[in-house]
Design a protein around this ligand. Structure first.
Ligand SMILES: [Fe+2]
Length: 405
């Protein structure tokens, strides 16, 4: 069956970094040899499921249409050859389906050693005074979508956890205009946009004039917002300097000091809860969260939104010792940057990594008004991948190489 073929089963562009030299049918799959000597073995269902034909993938959405159960249980690759144009051709039986695989797509996905073309840059911890990477960017260049500056800002938030903007007009519309360039605003019980101002009916410590030690927001949520944007509209009070610290670096410092404390904060689930007249969010989880590879992925660190924990006397005692030490490290000025956020300036940061806070201010001395909203880390990552994808497409177009579109 010669089903109509897509070039690749998605919307990306794949540079051909290596050519295929040989293909063989093997028991249970297909084996390939590349021009750099790399050999890869591809299991039958892995390869068949991604056959880029329009009976397998929807021609418009490029999402899979088939279920694994629609593929014959006795499926085999009966032929595997390298076509003149460098594509891998496979004949599947008993379907009698011919599939063609783009060598760039294959190399980007081969199971054991894929080319890391979708990989985002590694996060970098703030390690010392010279590496507190809260970099200022030209806010208007970001606002106008000047590609180079916009991408640098987005990358800074990903790599260093923070990207600061200056020079914007001190207008309310900047929030959500700038966050929308990355992705949708995350609405919470504080609304889609909130104003950080001292007010008599405060339903958060943030809406008072007291000092806020370094913290993350909304640890009470099952899925804690991954980004926060705080934009200064007015700031003429005495006091109120902003604080930022790298929670991942602080956690690493704790780990170096005490593997036991790190383990306690990574495994002992503690209860977080809102104190609000109209909402009652509660979530129980460790302070330090890790991804499926065991890497630290988030801190739950809204220290004033904790509820009394339950557990054994010893566990609670050990937890408090560990958490106290984490707070000491987090509040060490050597681990923080401290600056005044002025009108027209914005802090954009990873709310599951970067701790933020402020000094107390005198509300009688003037006005301090920030306008803020939340976003998601995954939207930042998607934004960055799309920027990278566009660069791949531009490079492919200039080289006249194969593109998915
Ligand atoms: Fe906060």
């Amino acid at each position: 069956m010669a089903a109509e073929q897509l070039i690749v089963p998605d919307f990306d562009t794949y540079p051909v970094t290596h050519a295929l030299e040989e293909a063989w049918v093997i028991d249970g799959g297909v084996k390939l040899r590349w021009d750099d000597g790399l050999e890869s073995r591809l299991p039958v269902l892995w390869l068949r499921e991604f056959s880029p034909d329009i009976s397998t993938f929807h021609a418009i959405t490029r999402e899979q249409m088939i279920k694994l159960t629609e593929i014959p249980a006795d499926l085999i690759a009966s032929e595997a050859t390298i076509a003149q144009d460098g594509f891998l051709s496979v004949l599947w039986e008993p379907e009698s389906l011919s599939s063609r695989y783009h060598p760039g797509w294959l190399r980007a996905h081969i199971p054991d050693t894929p080319d890391a073309i979708f990989a985002l840059p590694e996060r970098q911890l703030w390690r010392d005074a010279d590496h507190k990477k809260a970099t200022w960017f030209d806010g208007n260049a970001v606002r106008e979508g000047r590609h180079g500056v916009f991408k640098e800002w987005v990358e800074a938030i990903h790599i260093h956890g923070v990207g600061l903007l200056r020079g914007l007009p001190a207008e309310p519309a900047i929030i959500p205009e700038i966050p929308d360039l990355i992705g949708p605003v995350r609405t919470t019980n504080f609304g889609s946009i909130y104003e950080v101002i001292n007010r008599p009916d405060a339903n958060s410590n943030a809406f008072t004039a007291i000092a806020l030690a370094a913290h993350t927001d909304l640890a009470t949520r099952e899925y804690v917002p991954g980004l926060q944007f705080l934009f200064c509209l007015v700031n003429d009070v005495v006091g109120g300097n902003s604080i930022l610290a790298d929670g991942f670096s602080i956690a690493e410092q704790l780990k170096q000091e005490s593997a036991e404390f790190y383990e306690v904060l990574s495994t002992v689930a503690i209860p977080f809860g809102t104190k609000d007249k109209n909402s009652d969010y509660r979530y129980t989880a460790p302070v330090l969260e890790h991804d499926c590879e065991g890497k630290l992925s988030a801190l739950r660190y809204t220290y004033w939104l904790r509820s009394p924990m339950s557990g054994s006397f010893d566990t609670i005692t050990t937890f408090y010792a560990a958490f106290r030490r984490l707070q000491e490290i987090a509040n060490d000025p050597a681990n923080q940057i401290d600056f005044r956020l002025n009108p027209g300036e914005m802090m954009a940061f990873d709310n599951r990594r970067i701790l933020h806070g402020r000094a107390a201010f005198d509300p009688a001395s003037g006005k301090r008004l920030l306008r803020g909203c939340y976003g998601e880390r995954e939207d930042l990552e998607s934004c960055l991948r799309i920027l990278n994808r566009k660069e791949r497409k531009r490079a492919a177009t200039s080289r006249h190489t194969a593109s998915s579109e």
